[in-house]
Design a binder for this molecule. Sequence first.
Ligand code: ADP
Ligand code: MG
Length: 560
Amino acid sequence: MKGTYSMPQNELETLHQYFGYTSFRRGQEEIIRSILEGRDTVGIMPTGGGKSLCYQIPALMLPGVTLVISPLISLMKDQVDSLSQLKVPSAYINSSLGWSDIEYTLYLASKGEFKLIYIAPERLESESFMSVLKGMNISLLAVDEAHCVSQWGHDFRPSYLSIAKLTERMNSRPVIAAFTATATEQVKQDIIDQLWLCDPNTYVTGFNRENLFFSVVRGEDKLQYITDYLNSCGEQPGIIYAATRKEVDKIFELLCKKGFKAGKYHAGLSDSERSRTQNAFSYDEIRVMVATNAFGMGIDKSNVRFVIHFNMPKNMEAYYQEAGRAGRDGDRAECILLYGPSDIHIQKFLIEQGTQSPERKAAEYSKLQDMADYCHTSVCLRKYILEYFGEEADNECGNCGNCTDESELSDITTEVQKILSCVKRMGEQYGANLTANVLKGSSNKKVFQLGFEKLSTYGIMREYTLNELVGLINLLAAEEYLYVAEGAYPVVRLGRRALPVLKGQERVMRKLRRKAKQEPQTADRELFELLKALRKQIAYEQSVPPYVIFNDSTLREMST
Ligand code: ADP
Ligand code: MG
């Protein structure tokens, strides 16, 4: 892994000389300059935006060595292999190496043989390792996937919290640069606080990925949709994400039976099985990867042409990160979310079963609501995403599923008024389901217990199915005519846009989606089966000896 190395003069020259690229991508140059000026730096760029070069180029230009903290063992090897091809002396240290290899690498490192050393964060918990680092001339500490330091991110790694202590113990404090694709304010602030960054420069490059085409598909038979989709798009490679291992197994089996070249990936498979399928996917031997969210952070396959979500993820950060694995080569790719009514229940169930603090749960519910709003909204999906991440956006991108929806615009003001007044009359204290039951005029027990059959709005929307009514209520919530107070039992209230509509001052025009196919029994049964499986898994986790704490990560493991 050693190579010949001469220190280049400037960043553009380094880019040419070592990486063979002609120009920087958005944000790279500023981030590199900031690091070279000795400032702590936070770089927030979308997946595929080119974060690695932002620390690799300074690493080549600074004296001493750059230590890269990365949670991704497979990625470390890939990066070191490609750096070695580019004649950049580099190494990695993680649990895939034996003791003698680690010792030899550390010996070479102490002699200053490397420009970059990649390490897994868990190493920092070893006292002996820390003392070796102390003797090295480390000028830059690059923290990749820095959202792992934040409990608010989607991938918290407790050992990331040791990074700050490391810098305290070094003879001279290196410059620290942190990189992530997670852009929320909370995560950014956590990165700054938990890594003890000093007055950092922060760069956020645009989150818009022009080549990604977003859509949400509702009320379809999901398995049928997937097979139709795969049949319609030739041999294009893609990923299908599902919420649980069980679902992954089910989809995988179906696809194999139908003759698609599929692979599967989740935390229940052995390390060797997982790396075998991941490699097969990288080399296009497998066309479709069916996976839980355990698959993907750091996969470097640039020609993924579609990412389909079989279930709604828990929040927009997770969604955009996963969907963003499509089209890293810049060519057109599709990001399709298949939404079904049971999705939200699965995610709620996972939050409810967690042992996190009540505040944390409340925050997770709120994020889940934003995710559900994405699935229900009829506004431009790209706009929704960009605004979620705090960016301004045009009203219509013109190419997402909502912008290109050709169904006719209809005036739904009367329907909206009926729903809003029903919510009002019910005292703004109940959920979407009960409201739908009242509007439908159903003989549901709870409706009668509460005396809602006497309301004037009881049965005023009889012609709709319960599912359609719940769908409408969700749409209105997504667009702020209604407001859903979060929690395990969400309550529907009037939203900030309700009054003008109730007063007849504003009309509501919407493209109404094709009516959902009516298969409530299948949906209910599916949900029931899923919850049953989850419960069983949890009962199992809780029956294992008490030293296994049932916390976030076991939950995550359970669902991945
Ligand atoms: P990220 O870590 O932000 O997800 P990577 O660092 O893995 O992204 O980069 C994604 C891809 O973009 C890589 O294949 C990388 O070589 C390529 N890339 C990065 N910067 C440039 C550049 N300035 N010009 C051309 N390609 C680039
Ligand atoms: Mg990266």
